[in-house]
Design a protein around this ligand. Structure first.
Ligand SMILES: [Zn+2]
Length: 469
């Protein structure tokens, strides 16, 4: 919320703006502001059942690079249509509207947004607490998500390149960066025309994995003009013009997917598969329990051997075409099916990471069992059943490789290496006072990664055979 503004006035102005722009919110919901939770949405004294549409948001009311006051002049290069490029361009559009003040047609909406969101990308140049927090994130998944330093540097380079042409004299790189944090934490991809957009009302709902509402849009509109039905840009045979086209075809909708009790906060989801690393990097918060948390590796982090990487691609393709792979992974307590190199929150290893460990073993092994026969042997070992003795060295070698990966990964978390093996991170967290919120957030996140890696180490330790002397 903009500093100094009276909160009641801000919400009243936002409601007024919504009504002038035909943005409709169900009467059973209300927009609330509280100092600790910022703007959010709650039910009044009635519950709302599933499948109800609780908000219609006209497409013309959203703020995108196609609708903003700079729309005619902004560069349309492909690099700005997705990913970081799209975020930077939308931040430019948003910041321009903010600088227009009451002259912007989104003024009433913009007033309802916070000044900025306290994302880790801003921490490097921040106060002592912020700088300390950054040191904890070095070597973690959060750093990978956003490369703490380079994201801010890229935002600044973009600003230097664009500001003179598109922004007034009173613009500043600090203001642009704040606008960027709003885009990072609040924008949605709505359709093929508007792309990444600031969506009034939709962005006032907070995030939960057990969300009540979600946004529904027709993504496949014409990317050139936004038309949902027939338009001059259609290729090939024309689609039939839709006769029943009505007001609602020109709206995005917020739809209830799980019943909402009365007198409770209503949650949207920003992405059902996001772990705490992504939530912290992009949205500035973590969940107490997040079942999507995992540790990831890239192929480059795992091996610099091009032959092994090529062998892996072929072996993965062949193995994944076996119908029994998924069900066999499901019967393992230590392996799960995932086409990435990951360890999940239960310490399970993705089948691809497992396969790479297997292939590394196989290169030096005299016999060549198939990956499936070794996985079967491992599942039998897990269950304490008898196993073909010739396969045990392979199972043990894979378990040993997994353990090494976890230890190496723990050592990569720079703060852990600095503090030494005896450091009690939980104790460090307990010793941090409430005036160190960012460090507390970062340390608690690091604890999550440690617990995943230690869980994996413990789960796999039984399969590692003592090295023959
Ligand atoms: Zn078109």
């Amino acid at each position: 919320m903009n500093s100094g503004a009276n909160k009641d006035t801000v919400i009243a102005d936002f409601q007024q703006w919504c009504s002038e722009n035909d943005v409709w919110l169900d009467d059973r919901l209300e927009i609330i502001y509280s100092p600790d939770a910022d703007i959010h949405i709650r039910t009044k004294n009635q519950s709302i059942s599933a499948s109800t549409t609780v908000s219609y948001i006209p497409k013309r009311s959203i703020l995108s690079t196609k609708s903003c006051s700079l729309a005619e002049t902004l560069p349309q290069d492909a690099e700005y249509t997705h990913g970081l490029g799209a975020q930077l361009m939308l931040a430019l559009a948003l910041y321009k509207e903010q600088l227009l003040g009451s002259k912007s047609r989104w003024h009433g909406y913009l007033q309802s947004l916070p000044d900025f969101v306290d994302l880790p990308m801003l921490w490097q140049d921040g106060c002592k607490d912020a700088k300390e927090a950054v040191t904890w994130l070095v070597g973690t998944e959060v750093e990978k998500e956003m490369s703490v330093g380079s994201l801010l540097a890229r935002a600044r380079r973009f600003y230097e390149a664009m500001s003179r042409q598109f922004l007034p004299q009173d613009a500043s790189v600090g203001g642009f960066t704040k606008a960027f944090t709003l885009v990072s934490s609040r924008a949605f991809i709505v359709d093929a025309y508007h792309g990444l957009s600031m969506v009034p009302i939709a962005d006032a709902f907070n995030h939960s994995q057990d969300n009540h509402v979600h946004i529904e849009t027709d993504f496949d509109v014409c990317p050139l003009c936004g038309a949902l039905y027939e338009c001059p840009h259609d290729d090939g045979p024309k689609l039939e013009t839709h006769v029943g086209q009505n007001h609602y075809d020109s709206c995005y909708e917020m739809v209830v997917n799980s019943p909402i009790p009365r007198h409770s906060e209503v949650f949207n989801t920003y992405g059902e598969t996001l772990g705490n690393a992504a939530l912290l990097a992009r949205y500035g918060f973590v969940l107490d329990v997040n079942e999507n948390d995992c540790i990831t590796w890239s192929m480059e982090e795992l091996t610099d051997d091009a032959d092994l990487a090529a062998t892996f691609q072929l072996a993965a393709y062949e193995w994944e075409s076996e119908k029994s792979l998924r069900p066999r992974c499901e019967s393992s307590n230590l392996v799960y099916y995932s086409e990435s190199f990951t360890v999940d929150g239960d310490g399970k290893v993705s089948h691809r990471l497992w396969l790479l460990c297997f292939l590394t073993y196989q290169r030096n092994a005299p016999s060549s069992p198939s990956p499936m026969s070794v996985l079967e042997a491992q599942i039998a070992c897990e269950a304490g059943m008898d196993v073909d003795a010739s396969l045990i060295p392979a199972v043990s070698a894979i378990a040993s490789a997994v353990s090494t990966l976890c230890c190496t990964r723990k050592a990569k978390i720079k703060k852990l290496s600095d503090l030494g093996p005896d450091a009690d991170i939980g104790e460090i967290l307990d010793g941090l006072s409430d005036d160190r919120p960012r460090t507390r957030l970062a340390v608690s996140y690091v604890l999550t990664e440690i617990s995943i890696l230690e869980c994996c180490l413990a789960e796999w330790s039984d399969l590692v055979l003592p090295h023959p002397s």
